[in-house]
Design a protein around this ligand. Structure first.
Ligand code: NAD
Ligand code: UFG
Length: 337
């Protein structure tokens, strides 16, 4: 299949391009580079032994997307493009609605015009809000505590309604838990701009000496060691989940939702310990107050994806931290190293 990957220069998108090509698909990437570097795609090309077809464009630009679909015989779309920082979304909510909701609306319109009927969308476990229990199943109640999460809920709903109106359409909503890790080559990985919001890149920057210590946000949660528990999933497993989703859904109409997680929760201190072991570096940390909006624990019931997509995460916590460390130590300044 020829697959258009929006946001394909980003963290998850770049890893997914590699897995798509390895599975025999052709890839064309659209990205406006607002949170990515073209260097990532050059490295993806080097890893795959072929140049990546790349168009620098904004998904909100109908005419630009229209041209991409006119020039490429696209069979299916994987849609990563969007803004993803929870804190930022509370400061500039309109930018989040414009990018994430309006961008997805424009993409769906152009797909409709060109009769491209298969879409995989990046949703998030954030749509479960503060779950009443764990592990979390896809039929749990949905809610959002910030504008970012709200944009994911709105796009999910827009997808369900568009499928209801068009019986030829096939959309898969993938709710990711906590993506971490990097390609085993150490050539591509997560390259956050400024101070990382997320735990794993923050720990990695402490290990490489860019930051003095980790602030652990709270040790009074109702969890085994009191720190927050999450379902960390290796980005390569996640990327393979997209290949499974697009291959299973192409040509089969309907809207389906899957958790992509491992089903295993680890605490903040578990992650610190595993990273220190893999890197041989001390990770100094200080316990500080809870981060507003954080929840105690969040991990997936991944059964549905196993049953329907024949996909399950395979990589261990050790591989997640080792691969992150290889990427971070080879590229202390990310893609600008
Ligand atoms: P990322 O920022 O690395 O990738 C997103 C890419 O989209 C970037 O390359 C960016 O330049 C591009 N982009 C943003 N707005 C665009 C626009 N209007 N037009 C064209 N390109 C645009 O983020 P990621 O971690 O790879 O996340 C990919 C998707 O997965 C996002 O939709 C995100 O919300 C979702 N998600 C991520 C996580 C996570 O923790 N990383 C968790 C759940 C869901
Ligand atoms: N944490 C720290 N210190 C830090 C950063 C994080 O202690 O410097 C803790 C958090 O309190 C939490 C855990 O590490 O307990 C994980 O935090 P992350 O910020 O890495 O991830 P979250 O689970 O809070 O959020 C992530 C994404 C969201 C997404 C959500 C669910 O950032 O966009 O997963 O998919 F919505």
């Amino acid at each position: 299949m020829k697959i258009l990957v929006t946001g394909g220069a980003g963290y998850i998108g770049s890893h997914t391009c590699i897995e798509l090509i390895a599975a025999g698909h052709d890839v064309v990437v659209v990205d406006n580079l607002c949170n990515a570097s073209e260097e990532a795609l050059k490295r993806v090309g080097a890893i795959c032994g072929q140049d990546i077809d790349f168009i620098e464009a904004d998904i909100r630009d109908f005419n630009a997307l229209d041209e991409v679909f006119s020039n490429h015989a696209v069979d299916a779309v994987i849609h990563f493009a969007g803004l993803k920082a929870v804190g930022e979304s509370t400061r500039i909510p309109l930018a989040y609605y414009d990018n994430n909701v309006n961008g997805s609306r424009v993409l769906l319109s152009v797909m409709e015009k060109h009769k491209v009927n298969t879409l995989v969308f990046s949703s998030s476990a954030t749509v479960y809000g503060d779950p009443a229990s764990v592990p979390i199943r896809e039929d749990f109640p949905l809610s959002a505590t910030n504008p970012y999460g709200q944009t994911k809920l709105v796009v999910e709903q827009m997808c369900r309604e568009t499928v209801a109106a068009n019986p030829d359409l096939s959309i898969v909503l993938l709710r990711y838990f906590n993506p971490v890790g990097a390609h085993a080559s150490g050539q591509i990985g997560e390259d956050p701009k400024g101070i990382p919001n997320n735990l794993m890149p923050f720990i990695a920057q402490v290990a490489v000496g860019k930051r003095e210590y980790l602030s652990v946000f709270g040790d009074d949660y109702n969890t085994p060691d009191g720190t927050g528990v999450r379902d960390y999933i290796h980005v390569v497993d996640l990327a393979q989940g997209h290949v499974a989703a697009i291959e299973k859904s192409h040509g089969k109409a309907g809207c389906h939702t899957y958790n992509l997680g491992t089903g295993q929760g680890y605490s903040v201190l578990d992650m610190v310990k595993a990273f220190a072991q893999a890197s041989g570096k001390e990770i100094p940390y200080k316990i500080v107050a809870r981060r507003p909006g954080d929840i105690g624990q969040c991990y997936a019931d991944p059964t549905l994806a196993k049953e329907n997509l024949n996909w399950a995460a395979k990589k261990s916590l050790q591989e997640m931290v080792e691969d992150t460390w290889r990427w971070q130590s080879n590229n202390p300044q990310g893609y600008s190293s």
